[in-house]
Design a protein around this ligand. Structure first.
Ligand code: NZQ
Ligand code: ZN
Length: 390
C-alpha cells in the first residue's frame, strides 16, 4: 500500500425530502448566491419550486443560470462568472447532475481569477482560491458531488478537459434518492456505467497489497450490478436507488483509491468521444472500457482474473486464467447491453474516420502517455479506438 492522505471535506446530507434543508445549509456560507441548473428537468419534476421555497424561507437572495448541457460548455461557465462578478455573488448552488456541478465548480474557480478560467484546465495556471459550491444531486453517476474535479468542454476546438483541486470539493451535497425516480432509462444506464468505470479505473492498479480497497471496490461494483436492473424495472424503488446513489458517491469520493494508484486511461480516451461527438460520458465508457481491458489484461492476468471471478462470478480456471478473463469480458459486455448501452463505436454511430485525430488529442500529439496501470502512447490509444470500433 502507498502512503496517502485522505481528507474529503464534503458534508453529505442523505435521504428523503432532504432538499428542503438546502436554505439552512446555504445561509451558513452566503445570503447571495447563483442557482445553477441544467436543461429544465428540475422544473418539470417540481424540485426547482422546493429549492426556491427553501432558499426564500432562509432569506437567501439568488440569481439564476440554467441551461447547462451534458458535457458542460465553457461559454456558459464564462456567463456564470460574469453574473457572479456583476452581482457580487459569493456562493454557487448546483442543482442537477455531474454536468451542472462541474459547471458550478468552474464558475467558482473563475470568479476570483483575473485570467481566463480555461487556464486551469490546460495547466497554464494553478488556482489560489475558489468560491464555495453546494449541490443537490439528481442523478447518481459522475460522483462530482463529493469529488475535487470538474470536466468542461471548450467549444473552440471541442476539447473536453478535466481539472482537479481540493479547492472545489463541494461544501455540502444533498442526496435524496427519490430525485432519481424521474430519470430516463438511458441516463440511468449511463450513470451506472460511469460509476462502474470509476471503480474499475481504481481497481486496475499497479500497486500490490491493497486488499481492503480491492474488496471495497468489488462490493461497490456488485451493489451497482445488483440494483441497476431493479430500478430500470421499478423506477420508484427507493431502496434500490438509495444503494445506487450512495454507491455512486463512495465510488468517486477518493476513499477507494487510498493507498493505490488508479489507471484513468479509459476516462481520457472517452473524453475525446464526448468532446467531438457529444456522446453521454457513461455510454462512451461502456464502449471504451471493454476495449481497454482486451488490450491490457495480459499485463496482470491474476488481477483481471480476480476481478472477473469476484465481481462477475466467473468460475476461476486455474489451468487457463486467461479463459476466466475472456468469459468475464463477455459478461461485462452482456451487462452493458442488458441495461441498454452500446459496446462498440458503431452502435453509437461513430465512424472510424477520426480515430487518429482522437488519439492525437488524447495524447497531445504523442507528447503524453495516458494511464497509471499501463502507460499508453498515441499508438496504443489508437489501437484501443480501433478495438472499440469493431
Ligand atoms: O439538464 P437536465 O434537464 O437537468 O437533464 C439532465 C441531462 O439531460 C438529465 N437529468 C439529470 N437528473 C435528472 C435528469 N432527468 C430527469 N430526472 C432527473 N432527476 O440527465 C442528463 C444528464 O445529466 P448530466 O449532468 O450530464 O449527467 P452526469 O451526472 O452523468 O454528468 C456527466 C458529466 O460529468 C462528467 C462527465 O465527463 C460529463 O461531462 N464527469 C465529472 C466527474 C467529476 N467532476 O468528478 C467525473 C466523471 O468521471 C465525469 O467525467
Ligand atoms: Zn466518469
Amino acid at each position: 500500500m502507498e502512503n496517502f492522505i485522505f481528507h474529503n471535506p464534503t458534508k453529505i446530507i442523505f435521504g428523503r425530502g432532504m432538499e428542503n434543508e438546502v436554505g439552512k445549509e446555504v445561509v451558513k456560507f452566503s445570503r447571495k448566491i447563483l442557482l445553477h441548473y441544467g436543461g429544465g428537468s428540475i422544473k418539470q419534476t417540481g424540485l426547482y419550486d422546493r429549492v426556491v421555497t427553501s432558499l426564500k424561507n432562509a432569506g437567501v437572495e439568488f440569481w439564476e443560470l440554467g441551461g447547462v448541457k451534458p458535457n458542460p460548455r465553457l461559454s456558459l461557465v464564462r456567463e456564470g462568472i460574469r453574473i457572479c462578478r456583476e452581482q457580487g455573488i459569493d456562493f454557487i448552488l448546483a442543482v442537477g447532475g455531474g454536468s451542472t456541478i462541474d459547471s458550478a465548480k468552474a464558475i467558482a474557480l473563475g470568479v476570483p481569477y483575473q485570467g481566463d478560467v480555461w487556464d486551469f484546465y490546460t495547466w497554464k495556471a494553478e488556482p489560489q482560491t475558489a468560491l464555495p459550491v453546494g449541490t443537490i444531486l439528481t442523478i447518481p453517476a459522475a460522483g462530482s458531488e463529493s469529488s475535487p474535479s470538474s470536466v468542461i468542454t471548450n467549444e473552440d476546438g471541442w476539447y473536453k478537459k478535466g481539472f482537479g483541486s481540493d479547492l472545489i470539493y463541494p461544501k455540502f451535497s444533498i442526496l435524496n434518492p427519490e430525485l432519481a425516480f424521474t430519470l430516463p432509462k438511458y441516463q440511468v444506464a449511463c450513470g451506472a456505467s460511469d460509476i462502474m468505470a470509476h471503480l474499475m479505473e481504481r481497481y486496475f492498479t499497479p500497486t500490490a497489497n491493497v486488499e481492503l480497497t480491492d474488496r471495497l471496490c468489488e462490493a461497490t461494483l456488485k451493489t451497482i450490478i445488483n440494483n441497476v436492473p431493479t430500478v430500470l424495472e421499478e423506477p420508484d424503488n427507493y431502496d434500490a436507488w438509495a444503494e445506487i446513489m450512495w454507491a455512486g458517491t463512495v465510488a468517486h469520493n477518493e476513499l477507494l483509491n487510498t493507498g493505490r494508484l488508479g489507471d484513468w486511461a479509459s476516462h481520457q480516451i472517452e473524453h475525446e468521444l464526448s468532446g467531438i461527438y457529444d456522446v453521454a460520458h457513461g455510454a462512451g465508457l461502456a464502449v471504451i472500457f471493454p476495449a481497454w481491458i482486451k488490450y491490457n489484461y495480459h499485463h496482470n492476468i491474476p488481477l483481471f482474473a480476480q476481478y472477473f471471478t469476484r465481481v462477475w462470478n466467473v468460475d476461476h480456471s486455474f489451468s487457463n486464467p486467461e479463459q476466466t478473463i475472456l468469459e468475464g469480458i463477455k459478461r461485462l459486455e452482456a451487462f452493458y447491453h442488458r441495461i441498454g448501452l452500446p459496446t462498440t463505436l458503431a452502435e453509437i454511430n461513430i465512424p472510424a474516420d477520426r480515430l487518429e485525430e482522437m488519439a492525437d488529442k488524447c495524447t497531445d500529439y504523442g507528447r503524453y502517455k495516458v494511464g497509471g496501470f499501463v502507460k499508453l502512447n498515441r499508438d496504443d490509444v489508437l489501437k484501443i479506438y480501433q478495438l472499440a470500433s469493431k
